[in-house]
Design a protein around this ligand. Structure first.
Ligand code: ADP
Ligand code: MG
Length: 358
C-alpha cells in the first residue's frame, strides 16, 4: 500500500495543506517544530481514523479551529481508494470510503495496512504489560479479525465476572452463581490465549530476522509469550481453584488479562536491561516483523510511517535501517537532517512552518 495524496485542514499546525506523496522512500525534512510529526500523524489519521500519538484526540484539531478534515488517496492492491474523515471533538467522526459512509473506525484498521514508528511508542517496550497486550491484540485484530474478537468478548465477560465477585463478597449473591461465568470467561479466555500464542509463534521468526538485520543479536528466542495460564491448561479449572481468593479480593486473579509478551536480545529482557538504542531497535524490529506478517497474509506490503527513527542511530545502523525499509511500496521517514538519509535513493519533502514543499 501507499499514500498518493493527503489533503488536510486544521490538523495540528496545518491550516490547509495538500501533499503529493511519491512512492518508495520519502524523506520529510525540516527543523524542530516544523510539522514533520504532524504530517506523519495526519497521514495515519487520514487512513486509520485515529492518532498514533495521543488518546486525547481533541489535541489534533488546530488551535482555534472547531473541526478538522483529512482526505487521503491511497493505492492498495485492490485499486485506488479515497478516504475522507471529518472530526469535531465530542462528535462521532464522519468517515467515507470511496464516497460511502463508514460507521466504524475499527474497520479502517482491517482495510488499510499502515504501520507507524513514533518515539512515543517506545512505551510498548518500556512500559507495563497492559500496553503490550493492547498492542498484540491490535495486531491480531488486523491479521485475523475472527479470533481477535475473542479479546473484546473476554474483556466483557471479565468485567461481568468481577461485578459478580463484588456481589458475592457483599453477600448479595451465592458463590455458586459464579459457575456459569467461570465457564463463559474460560471459553473466551482460551480462545484469546490460543490466538496470542499463534501470533507470537508466527511473529517470532520475522522478529528475530529483523532484529538481526538491524544490527541486533536476537539469540534463541527474542519474543516470549508469557501467558498467565498456559495454552492447553484449563482456565476454568484455574478459576475454580482460585475462587475463594478471587471473592476475597473481588477481582479475577487468573487469565489472559494478566499475560505479557517479553522482548529479549540474547538473555536480556529489553524492558529491564535494554539500552535506549536497543529498545528502539526492538520496537522497530517488532513493527517490521508485523509488516512481514501482514505482507504475507495480504500479499501486499504495508505503508510505513517512521517518525524520528534515524536521529539517534550511528551511521552503520542508519544504513541498515534504510536498507530494511527499501523493499516497501512506500516508507515515509522524518528527519531534521537530510544527510541522515545517506546515499539512499529518497524523494524529499521539505517542511517548515506548516507548509510542505516537494
Ligand atoms: N493542535 C495544534 N494546533 C496548532 N499547532 C499545533 C497543535 N499541536 C501542535 N502544534 C504545533 O505544531 C508544530 C509542529 O509540531 P511537530 O509536527 O511535532 O514538529 P516536528 O517537525 O518537530 O515534528 C509545533 O510548533 C507544535 O507546537
Ligand atoms: Mg517530531
Amino acid at each position: 500500500m501507499r499514500a498518493v495524496t493527503v489533503r488536510g485542514s486544521d490538523f495540528r499546525c496545518y491550516e490547509r495543506v495538500a501533499v503529493e506523496l511519491p512512492p518508495g522512500l520519502v524523506g520529510v525534512v525540516g527543523p524542530n517544530g516544523a510539522g514533520k510529526t504532524a504530517l506523519i500523524e495526519m497521514i495515519h489519521f487520514g487512513c486509520l481514523g485515529y492518532s498514533p500519538r495521543t488518546t486525547s484526540e481533541a489535541q489534533v484539531v488546530r488551535f482555534g479551529a472547531e473541526l478538522l478534515r483529512v482526505e487521503t488517496d491511497v493505492a492498495v492492491s485492490g485499486g485506488p481508494v479515497s478516504v475522507e474523515i471529518g472530526y469535531r471533538p465530542g462528535e462521532p467522526k464522519r468517515i467515507t470510503v470511496n464516497g460511502a459512509a463508514e460507521r466504524s473506525v475499527e474497520r479502517l484498521l482491517g482495510r488499510f495496512p499502515v504501520l507507524v514508528f513514533t518515539p512515543d511508542r517506545l512505551r510498548l517496550v518500556q512500559g507495563a504489560p497492559a500496553l503490550r497486550r493492547a498492542y498484540f491484540d491490535r495486531v491480531l485484530a488486523r491479521l485475523w479479525p475472527a479470533p481477535a474478537a475473542a479479546s473484546a468478548e473476554y474483556a466483557r465477560r471479565l468485567s461481568q465476572r468481577n461485578h459478580l465477585l463484588r456481589r458475592v463478597r457483599a453477600g448479595r449473591a451465592e458463590p455458586g452463581a459464579l459457575d456459569p461465568w467461570d465457564r463463559l470467561l474460560a471459553e473466551a479466555g482460551e480462545q484469546l490465549i490460543a490466538a496470542r500464542a499463534r501470533l507470537c509463534t508466527r511473529l517470532a521468526g520475522p522478529f528475530a530476522g529483523r532484529l538481526g538485520a538491524l544490527g541486533g543479536d536476537p539469540g534463541e528466542d527474542p519474543l516470549r509469550y508469557r501467558p498467565n495460564v498456559e495454552p492447553g491448561r484449563s482456565l476454568e479449572a484455574a478459576l475454580i481453584e482460585r475462587r475463594g481468593r478471587d471473592i476475597e479480593r473481588a477481582v479475577t486473579g487468573a487469565g489472559p488479562h494478566l499475560d505479557d509478551v517479553l522482548l529479549f536480545e540474547h538473555d536480556r529482557d529489553l524492558r529491564l536491561y535494554g539500552s535506549q538504542g536497543e529498545q528502539r531497535r526492538a520496537l522497530l524490529g517488532l513493527i517490521l516483523a508485523e509488516a512481514d506478517l501482514l505482507s504475507e497474509e495480504r500479499d501486499e506490503p504495508p505503508l510505513l510511517l517512521l517518525d524520528d527513527v534515524t536521529g539517534e542511530l550511528d551511521g552503520e545502523r542508519r544504513r541498515l535501517l534504510l536498507e530494511a525499509v527499501a523493499g516497501f511500496d512506500q516508507a515515509i521517514v522524518t528527519t531534521t537532517d537530510q544527510a541522515d538519509l545517506g546515499g539512499a535513493h529518497a524523494s524529499v519533502l521539505t517542511v517548515s512552518g506548516g507548509r510542505v514543499a516537494a
